[in-house]
Write a protein that binds this ligand. Structure first.
Ligand code: 5GP
Length: 114
């Protein structure tokens, strides 16, 4: 599927609360936040799932994770801590079939997730 809600957000068809953008990624606030900050980071080069990254160039994958770390540093300037989550597939709880990393924080997070 290549016309998910995140494809539409990237195309500018749906407005978002943008947090950061560069050539590789777009970061925006989750519409249904589960923590005081809850930001989604999506790569501009489309992937449906995290599992696809094993067959992608490592430079591309590396830039994505470097960007997630950069956005997290903007959200958590004092390094109090946060969680990065990537849900993969049905059992992983992935609802939108466009690769995205959740960055959650701003409070003490519990473990394990459900
Ligand atoms: P998943 O369950 O696929 O890992 O996470 C999808 C996330 O996308 C959910 O946390 C959900 O709240 C968020 N989301 C779904 N639709 C929209 C939208 O239209 N705008 C924004 N900002 N977030 C969305």
């Amino acid at each position: 599927m290549s016309n998910t809600i995140f494809d539409k957000i990237l195309a500018g068809d749906i407005p978002v609360d943008s947090v950061y953008e560069d050539d590789d990624i777009l970061a925006f606030s989750d519409i249904n936040p589960k923590a005081p900050f809850h930001v989604l980071v999506i790569p501009k080069k489309r992937a449906s799932r995290f599992s696809e990254l094993s067959s992608r160039p490592v430079e591309e994958t590396g830039r994505f994770f470097a960007a997630v770390s950069k956005v997290a540093a903007l959200l958590d300037p004092n390094d109090n801590g946060y969680r990065v989550v990537i849900n993969n597939g049905s059992d992983g709880g992935q609802e939108v079939e466009y690769l995205h990393a959740h960055i959650l924080g701003g409070r003490k997070l519990t473990w394990p997730p459900g």
